[in-house]
Design a binder for this molecule. Structure first.
Ligand code: CA2
Length: 150
């Protein structure tokens, strides 16, 4: 069965426990459950991984090559700092959709820049939990809009 990977970076494991005014009151488990249902309804399987460690995220991305049809990735704070993740995403042919719960462009200036967006298939920001849903839809071929411009 074809698979998608849901990958989350640092602190996403504590969603729903603090800073609910910024990120909402849902947890990582809520996201995993919802996206798993959506992906399964489209005939795919979802694997979910989370790490607080940059090198471990690099390992996971390298190992995803050939294993997954696509990666839904919230790199969290590493979005704004990680050349290592940039290089890892660039090195694989698997499409990666960068996801953010909050609108990083309406927050502190250090969050405005993504070092990863340019090597990703696309970027979705600011739709709360729905950002993950939109990213999953972008990776499911039968949902893809033929008019996407690359
Ligand atoms: O909006 C997003 O999805 C972010 O990737 C979330 C990251 C942040 O560093 C990015 O700039 C935007 C933060 C992940 C969650 O961090 C928490 C911190 C405290 C309490 C709960 C979550």
């Amino acid at each position: 069965m074809k698979r998608l990977l849901l990958l989350n970076g640092p602190n996403i494991n504590i969603l729903g426990k603090r800073e609910n005014e910024v990120y909402g009151d849902f947890t990582l488990l809520d996201i995993e459950t919802e996206i798993s249902e959506l992906v399964e309804a489209n005939g795919y399987k979802l694997d979910s991984k989370q790490s607080n460690h940059e090198g471990e995220l690099v390992d996971i991305i390298q190992e995803a090559e050939g294993e997954y049809e696509g990666i839904i990735f919230n790199p969290a704070a590493y979005t704004h700092t990680s050349i290592a993740l940039h290089d890892a995403i660039k090195a694989i042919s698997t499409p990666v959709v960068e996801v953010h719960i909050s609108n990083i462009h309406s927050r502190e200036s250090f969050r405005h820049k993504s070092l990863l967006a340019g090597v990703c298939y696309g970027q979705i920001v600011g739709f709360g939990k729905q950002s993950y849903r939109l990213a999953a839809l972008a990776l499911l071929p039968e949902q893809l809009n033929a008019s996407i411009i690359r």
